[in-house]
Write a protein that binds this ligand. Structure first.
Ligand SMILES: NC(=O)c1ccc[n+]([C@@H]2O[C@H](COP(=O)([O-])OP(=O)(O)OC[C@H]3O[C@@H](n4cnc5c(N)ncnc54)[C@H](OP(=O)(O)O)[C@@H]3O)[C@@H](O)[C@H]2O)c1
Length: 342
């Protein structure tokens, strides 16, 4: 299958290339960049020297449509909403990694982002969390890949909300992300001297991923769920750890919690449920498509901890997982990386 990546010089674009180069069904036929157009991909990313010969090209929709059957859009939000409709109109299948198609209501998007130029596509786009939406993803033309924080938060909470065992009014999420979560473009707040040797909260209760998490949790619970969300920036390249404080409706045993997680995730290759008291770490999932979930229980107090690699399960790995489902390939194809530890 001929695949193009629009926005190939970002961190998620690079991660898509890294994964897709090992995909037996995929041939990468186009990689786009505005800043590095005309340059060899491996000259921009020397880690790929001798591995890929493709050159970067300026985005030209007609060319991409001729060159590829399946397209990943890995550009910033606002940019994707103008590109994706032109691809869908030409019957291409798309996984969009931006936030532009993650919401069902244009008003929610517009409240947290800006005006939407293609609101008609929002109802058609499928939220690409395979473990939860696999059946819908299979027949979708447009899959909206989830945000990195949302993946880490939604995965542990959905089973507990579906089983109606936790309060929907007292969910507190404390998340910590590595700096690659902010992308590769130059920003003062991502400079080494701003980030190293410190750990800082940012956008508390004002982060654009909060409404995305709430929309998905509300859909799972069947009633409106609102969370308290505190993201933090950590001086590491990759990884997200989310510590989630919830209140059980009734005291229950660790075995019951374990049974619920097993019911939803036992057969899921990329979800690892840990025994009570065993806690995940970003170091144990780095470079892999795993989401590790642990928990601790004390009376009605339950603390969940999840860990993902923001660039893999939180972005490009999940995007390839979605592509595999949409194309009827084996879901784990090209995704069975063993975590890179230490
Ligand atoms: N980083 C993460 O952990 C993460 C996780 C989940 C989702 N996402 C989302 O995935 C998307 C990509 O993220 P990223 O971290 O890879 O971003 P990034 O490192 O900033 O890269 C952005 C890419 O988009 C291209 N681009 C920028 N503006 C463009 C335009 N107007 N037209 C065409 N191409 C344009 C850039 O190309 P140039 O070479 O021309 O600059 C670059 O290749 C974003 O929407 C982000 O929110 C990121």
């Amino acid at each position: 299958m001929k695949v193009a990546i629009i926005g190939a010089t970002g961190y998620t674009g690079l991660e898509l290339v890294r994964i897709l180069l090992n995909h037996p069904e995929v041939h990468i036929t186009a990689l786009t960049s505005e800043r590095f157009s005309g340059q060899d991909y491996s000259s921009v990313f020397p880690s790929l020297r001798g591995i890929i010969r493709t050159s970067l090209e300026t985005l030209n929709i007609d060319k991409i449509i001729r060159k590829a059957d399946f397209i990943f859009t890995a550009v910033p939000h606002k940019e994707a909403m103008d590109i994706v409709p032109q691809l869908i109109e030409k019957d291409k299948k798309v996984v969009d990694l931006s936030a532009d198609f993650r919401f069902k209501q244009p008003s929610t998007y517009e409240k947290w982002y800006h005006a939407h130029s293609s609101p008609e596509l929002l109802s058609q786009a499928v939220y690409g969390l395979p473990e939860i939406n696999r059946k819908k993803i299979r027949y979708a033309a447009l899959v909206s890949n989830p945000g990195c924080y949302p993946t880490s938060v939604i995965m542990p909470l959905v089973p507990l909300l579906k089983e109606d065992i936790i309060s929907t009014r007292a969910i507190i999420v404390d998340s910590k992300s590595g700096v690659s979560g902010a992308g590769r473009s130059l920003k003062t707040q991502s400079l080494f001297s701003e980030v190293s040797e410190g750990l800082k909260p940012y956008n508390i209760m004002n982060h654009r991923h909060q409404p995305e998490i709430e929309e998905q949790l509300s859909s799972a619970a069947g009633i409106s769920v609102s969370i308290t969300f505190a993201p933090h920036l950590v001086p590491m390249n990759r990884g997200i750890i989310s510590t989630i404080y919830v209140r059980l409706k009734h005291s229950t045993s660790a075995q019951t919690i374990q049974n619920i997680f097993n019911k939803y995730y036992k057969k899921e290759q990329f979800v690892r449920i840990l025994p009570e008291g065993t806690l995940p770490s970003t170091g144990f999932v780095r470079g892999s498509n795993y989401c590790d979930i642990g928990f601790c229980l004390q009376g009605k107090k339950l603390i969940l901890v999840s860990a993902i690699d923001n660039l893999v399960k939180g972005a490009s790995g999940q995007a390839v997982q979605n592509m595999n489902i949409m194309q009827g390939f084996k879901e784990a194809t090209a995704l069975e990386h063993i975590p890179l530890y230490p």
